[in-house]
Design a protein around this ligand. Sequence first.
Ligand code: MOS
Length: 761
Amino acid sequence: MMSETGKPISRIDGRLKVTGQATYAAEFNQPNMAYAFPVRATIAKGRITSIDDAATKKEPGVISVISYKNALKLKPLDMQAQAKAGAAFLGENLPPLQDNKVHYPGQFIAVVVAESYEQARTAAYKLKVRYAVEKAATDLKAELPNSKKPTKLMGEEAQVNGGKAATPLATSAHRVENTYSTPVEHHHPMEPHATVAVWEAADKLTLYDTTQGVGLTGAIAAYFFGLQQENVRVIAPFVGGGFGSKGLWLHTLLVAMAAKTAGRPVKLALTRQMMQTNVGHRAATIQRVALGTDTAGTLKAIRHHTDTYTNLTEFFEPSGKQSLVLYKAPLREVTYNVAKLNRGTPTFMRAPGETPGTFALESAMDEMAYQLKMDPVAFRIANHTTKDPMKGHDFSSEFLVDCYRIGAEKFGWSARSMEPRQKRNGNYLVGYGMATATYPGGRSAASVKVSMTAKGDVTVMTASIDIGTGTYTVLAQTAADALGVPVERIQVKIGDSRLPAAPLAGGSQTTASIHPAAMEACVLLRKELAALAIADPSSKLHGRKPDEIGYADGKLVLNGDEKKTDAYADIISRAKRAEVEACATTLPVSGAGLTVPSALCTPREIPAEQNSDSKHYAFHSFGAQFAEVWVDEDLGTIRVKRFTSVQDVGRIMNEKTARSQIIGGVIFGIGAALMEATEYDKRWGSPVVRTLADYHVPVNLDVPPIDVHFIGKADPHISPIGARGIGEIGITGVAAAIANAVFNATGKRLRDLPLTPDKLV
Ligand code: MOS
């Protein structure tokens, strides 16, 4: 049988999606369901002094009005206790409606529950709230003098070699130092956030929630409501995009509170306007990058300082991350100042850190190459590193130089001239630019269960999520190969916290984490089937040793004698079993080590030797991005005309879904480069870009042909499967490649995203 893994097969859930049969959170309507609509703060900072709900309560259909005055008391924040319960990873540290304080405009301060959505929404607008207003922090630059230097960044040291680059930079023969800035960006997944909350009993809760992690959402809800984790079930079979915005946000707790108070199932769906404020964003950054080289162009030091802000979380935009991984400079200094703003809380957004960070570092690399009169590709190859510069470990598998070379060839890089303004096409100045892409290769613990019926049908089960990435499809491919069963006979069940635990679908780690467990579960299932066959006198494999038995085409086969077979279905039928199942847990290798909160299957066998490589290798993906831009000299408009992306992400599990991930990432990067920005009113602190209509993202005409190539070599250390993640790396380096191409076209260096026409003319 041909291997299914790697084939560009179309999504097995594609038909369900395009025919409207795939059910999303807001579509899980319940009998006797009521509707919740939140009321949001209209000030940036202060206290609520009074709430008058008389008019609200008079509106037709209103069931309850909940504010801090009458809200259910939730368990208070306690980071240590939350961490123990797997409930630390909250979008913002603000259990809803617990006091009268306001921390940002748009904060949920009340919720109205009514018989219909329209009634709840109308009544919500009638709530009269008075405040005592305090002076709010609304402007990053103004708050920088009050900023802090955080010591920790997701468990790692935040400040690296502070002050140490000054001397090597001062003595470098060549130096560039500039400030790069990036705006607030919003995720805006196609499916807005929504939750349906159902209390099955006083201590038993079911949440239909659009989330990137059913286990995580369940653990957090259990923690704040004081429930047993097994009594909270979270269901999310389909999720319409997330990009980091679908961790746990407060509306999920709010609607569970509302359902408890109303004694009925309640639905809450956020409006697009609420998604500008209540489910995170990428914070703005101001980054100062300095590079120093000797006369030959060998890097001596990299310094990367970021000014940014946060609000009600420890998280801040880690835009120095790639500056600890790329290039062979002997010294790197990476530091952060983090202010606090009264603005909806920032969070993870596709390649958090690397997206703004590669814009700064890779623009600076281009500026240095130009100063050195070196080709930007040659400059990067000359400073390439095969080891993690901080840890000194070899990368587990690394083909970045091949990415540069293949990219340069496919793109036609040799036609680029070093000097800007050399290429024209009518009214357009034409430029070429490139940049490096990089993202960590994470792999967390995961459990997968596989069962097979007496008919030979297979079900693969894990509490993972498909946020549009292709999880369903690729899991079926892995199981098909590991069992020798066609993809069509495999059903995949995910998106339910009752299933064996899987990590959050974030950090580009889903494929790398769940596939080793899926493969192991299939191996265990085959062992179980082999044991049944060996013990059965009517089997052709009776009395054989387990290691004499192989498999193919839905059968166990005696090695070296293809006539001696026993079909899986026959083995199970003769054993008079309805089904045979196996469950495997595999350990983390690398990455953030996000805990797996809900139940792991009882591991019958943990292949620990698979995981020993974590101590000896650094796990990273790499790539090269190439852009051609056309700049209208009169209007200052920039068009990306074509784009080439070459990615080294380990083994490719499905050529089609993998390509789609990179194309999506590059489009996301074009948005960040040319148009995306959320502006805020400095007086009131609220966003003036208030809806998706105001928030500009690329449309078809903005998206050029995107040529994607994969190195495709399996990573021998991350897992026996060899796949690293692919969700986020596609966006990294894109904005720098475009800005570098704009310099090549026009001779103007733009260091402030997005590259809008006003900055060119
Ligand atoms: Mo991603 S920003 O880890 O969902």
